[in-house]
Design a binder for this molecule. Structure first.
Ligand code: MN
Length: 253
């Protein structure tokens, strides 16, 4: 049986004076460990080619990075909005739409949970510290794999099944978070301050799971529950590939 092809979105950065397409290798390692073939998608792919790209994928990971441009959810920029990349936003929104309409399973991580919420019509807090002053520190100064706040997870949710727990300590590197939840999504984890830390799609909708923390950073911890998130995505992508659905456009329910 062939392995499922998992697309991973990426960033554009200038390094040593040269523009590069980059991705934190932790995402790549996590997908490899879970049994998927990682395919890195440059933000420089023109959005009108998203359909063709989606034809070659069995699963999609929307990765972390910049703030989402508030123009995509109909708001003026907050004075403390972080750096945005409208080129990346456009490609990722197009890729997400293609994945959703083709029922390609999607795992959203950090910026990814925000991006897909916007893609489905929701909005974001643009600057948690000033807009939610009672919030915990969600931009931790600690190591990437340090667990700095808890999340309470809905029992019986896709997330709880994938992690094997209903309470988890997580890492936290986000400046934005979900404000108004998009229709079709269900909240399945919150931080103690009420911040939305995970969402998923309902029964009958395309498979979607998204978290506000960074599960990929635990790839080198063999017993970490976060491996279950990548295994769940790969399992769904394998099922879809095995059903011969790769490339076909299915009518959304
Ligand atoms: Mn957090």
């Amino acid at each position: 049986m062939s392995l499922p092809r998992i697309g991973l979105t990426a960033v554009t950065r200038e390094v040593s004076g040269t523009e590069r397409t980059l991705l934190n290798a932790a995402y790549v390692r996590a997908v490899v460990l879970a049994g998927g073939i990682p395919l890195i998608l440059s933000p420089l792919i023109p959005p009108d080619q998203a359909a063709q790209v989606a034809e070659g994928l069995d699963g999609l990971v929307l990765t972390g990075g910049e703030d989402v441009d508030p123009a995509y959810f109909g708001q003026e920029p907050h004075p403390r909005l972080g750096p945005v990349d409208r080129v990346r936003d456009a490609l990722e929104l197009a890729m997400f739409r293609e994945a959703w309409s083709r029922e390609i399973p999607v795992l959203g991580i950090c910026r990814g949970i925000q991006l897909l919420n916007v893609g489905l019509g929701g909005t974001l807090w643009q600057d948690i510290p000033s807009e939610r002053p009672a919030a915990l520190t969600h931009a931790q100064p600690d190591a990437r794999d340090a667990r700095t706040h808890t999340v309470e997870i809905t029992a019986g949710s896709r997330l709880a099944q994938a992690l094997g727990t209903v309470r988890c300590e997580v890492n936290s590197f986000h400046h934005q978070s979900i404000r108004e939840l998009a229709r079709g999504l269900t909240i399945t984890a919150r931080a103690p301050d009420g911040e939305i830390e995970a969402v998923e799609s309902g029964a009958g909708a395309p498979w979607l799971l998204a978290v506000q923390w960074h599960p990929e950073e635990f790839h080198h911890h063999p017993g970490a529950p976060e491996h279950g998130l990548f295994r769940a995505l790969v399992q769904q992508a394998t099922l879809r590939a095995g059903a011969g659905l790769t490339g076909s456009v299915r009518v959304p329910e």
